[in-house]
Design a protein around this ligand. Structure first.
Ligand code: KIV
Ligand code: NA
Length: 266
């Protein structure tokens, strides 16, 4: 159970071995995913939606993510743990970005940080990497700028879109990132980026040609209710399972079937 390191990401790409990641926000899921061999766990600012009850990731703060990230980092023996830098914690300048990255590294035990943006974030990535902190990039659809992008719009479409996506991914690589997330882009644009980069590309709705796949665990496990994006495959139906359990529990309590003798102390 040797720790996954950033060098293993590059090695996996060179060897053609796919990388698997999930988000996690708590100790129980982190232990399960880690023991099952997931290569990296992202403590995403998607916690805004999945844990904290916000409509978007925009209100999420560093102070909210730190305890979640610490719980995940403490629970993993093998997986590389990535702390997601929330909106408003790195955009002003490279010094602010480094300050936030240092907070996550000191206060949580995470092994890397992630931040959104390609060319516009390259100077921040460079500064953090120069301080010895591994950075995962994130280009294509970037949820923290959903209002600037005009909603949940697929990025990298058409020749201009594909060119911009490639420029952004190359900027992230040149700035020293060890991997880059491609979110909601056409498969052929993602394939071109994957071929052009030495660092692995991690797909969130970017098709099968990337070097790895990442999903928000509550979508992947069918715990999220309501509409999920086209790219999500549900590997379980936890919302349904829990609903059935609640209905059964309530019926047992009302009928007196629970607790029965086996659950009583003498
Ligand atoms: O916050 C998150 O979960 C993410 C992934 C969807 C890439 O940033
Ligand atoms: Na995120």
């Amino acid at each position: 159970r040797k720790r996954v390191r950033t060098r293993h990401f590059r090695q996996a790409k060179a060897d053609g071995v796919k990388i698997t990641g999930l988000t996690s926000y708590d100790t129980l899921t982190a232990q399960i995913f880690d023991r099952a061999g997931i290569d990296f766990l992202l403590v995403g600012d998607s916690a805004g939606n999945t844990v904290l009850g916000y409509d978007t990731t925009l209100p999420v703060t560093v102070d909210e993510l730190i305890p979640l990230t610490r719980a995940v980092a403490r629970s993993c023996q093998r997986a590389l743990v990535v702390a997601d830098m929330p909106f408003g914690s790195y955009e002003v300048d490279a010094a602010e970005a480094l300050h936030t990255a240092i907070r996550f590294m000191k206060e949580t035990g995470a092994h890397a940080v992630k931040l959104e943006g390609g060319e516009r974030s390259a100077d921040k990535i460079r500064r953090i990497v120069d301080a010895g902190i591994p950075v995962m990039g994130h280009v294509g659809f970037t949820p923290q700028s959903e209002h600037g992008l005009g909603g949940h719009v697929i990025q990298g479409r058409g020749d201009d879109g594909a060119d911009q996506l490639l420029r952004d991914a190359l900027a992230v690589e040149a700035a020293g990132a060890f991997a880059v997330v491609l979110e909601m882009v056409p498969s052929d644009a993602a394939a071109k980026v994957t071929a052009a980069l030495e660092i692995p590309t991690l797909s969130v709705g970017a098709g099968p040609h990337c070097d790895g796949q990442l999903l928000v665990w509550t979508d992947w496990a069918g715990l999220t209710t309501g509409r999920t994006p086209r790219f999500v495959k549900q590997y379980a139906h936890l919302a349904q399972t829990l609903t059935e359990a609640v209905v059964a529990f309530r019926a047992d309590v009302e009928s007196g079937a629970y607790p029965s003798a086996e659950h009583e102390y003498e």
